[in-house]
Design a protein around this ligand. Structure first.
Ligand SMILES: Nc1ncnc2c1ncn2[C@@H]1O[C@H](COP(=O)(O)OP(=O)(O)OP(=O)(O)O)[C@@H](O)[C@H]1O
Ligand SMILES: [Mg+2]
Length: 302
């Protein structure tokens, strides 16, 4: 741990505006223990803002493999989906769909059971395809399904940072804690960022974070958990969903949209964890290479 921390610090010291290392794609997964807490809305809005406001080249991967609905949220009608890439060998470039503000979306298939658990070969195929794209991406956002299924864990392990979306509901807190526990066991020290959603204000967001981190301090002392920010409960979010637009595009002045811009700003100001020029594919390959127990991810003592 001390070595890792030192390595990170040294890298941060070396990073300047024109250091090519800072242009390495950043891979952020957006996840949760409990379903329906706002992951897809957070991803869509973050993607829009990162592109529109901060000028980043953004790719959104809808990794809710069997039940993806990112395309619905953006009112897109993809001709092909991940299914065509994985099962029918359609090139990834055909499957990517242009969204608002220049973002690109890799749509998941909906209702395709074969995709709910990718095989290691299918994972590798996906990873190599991302590798070819990595020069053209600043930020890859991965919207995962909820829970602790192998797919969800795989994509969370393959990202550099994981945003865990938590709402004030007690079940959201306990499920988030369960997810953190499993992720920490697979990849100790991995940066987990706590995002409080549907709260009244920053204060309630921080209180929620406090509740969870106090339990974590007690039971998971090596958990690397920090507060990423909060997003307010905002009725306009539902309105935007109905209009099939990101709220940040529909109403940039809405409290939720303002908070998303702050979240994006804070995210970009964090030094990227892996300052390597490996590209997304190599990064994922390293993170997903099987451990001794055959599961993907870094071994516990890595
Ligand atoms: N900050 C917010 N304020 C008000 N409503 C919100 C907010 N965030 C999300 N919602 C609402 O919560 C519902 C669920 O959101 P969303 O689909 O993004 O969740 P999810 O975590 O992706 O769900 P799933 O686990 O099914 O993939 C939506 O109807 C959305 O409008
Ligand atoms: Mg979702």
């Amino acid at each position: 741990m001390a070595d890792q921390a030192e390595g990170l610090r040294n890298r941060q010291d070396r990073q300047g505006q024109d250091d090519p290392e800072t242009s390495t794609p950043r891979v952020v997964s957006i996840t949760s223990g409990k379903g329906g807490v706002g992951k897809t809305n957070v991803t869509a809005n973050l993607a829009f803002v990162l592109s529109e406001t901060f000028g980043k080249k953004v790719l959104v991967f809808d990794a809710d493999l069997g039940l993806g609905n990112m395309d619905v949220l953006f009112n897109l009608r993809p001709r092909w989906t991940l299914r065509d890439f994985i099962l029918e060998d359609r090139p990834l470039s055909d499957v990517l769909v242009p969204g608002p503000a220049g973002i690109r979306i890799l749509p998941a298939a909906s209702g395709v059971e074969e995709l709910t658990a990718l095989t290691p070969q299918q994972n590798l195929k996906l990873i190599s395809a991302f590798d070819h794209l990595s020069e053209d991406i600043d930020v890859l956002l991965i919207d995962t399904g909820a829970g602790i299924s192998e797919n969800v864990l795989t994509f969370n392990l393959a990202s550099q940072e994981t945003l865990i979306v938590v709402t004030p509901e007690p079940t959201s807190r306990t499920d988030a804690f369960a997810l953190m526990k499993v992720l920490n066991r697979r990849q100790s020290g991995k940066p987990l960022l706590f995002l409080a959603n549907m709260v009244r204000d920053r204060r309630e967001g921080l209180e929620l974070f406090d509740l969870v981190s106090r339990v974590a301090d007690r039971f998971l002392p090596d958990l690397n958990l920090s507060f990423a920010g909060y997003l307010p409960q905002d009725p306009s979010v539902t309105q935007a969903v109905r209009n099939q637009k990101a709220l940040s595009e529909m109403l940039p002045g809405a409290p939720f949209s303002v908070a998303v811009r702050q979240l994006a700003r804070d995210l970009l100001s964090r030094p990227p964890r892996e300052g390597i020029r490996s590209g997304i594919g190599l990064l994922m390959k390293r993170l997903l290479s099987p451990r001794q127990d055959g599961r993907p991810g870094l071994s516990e003592d890595a």
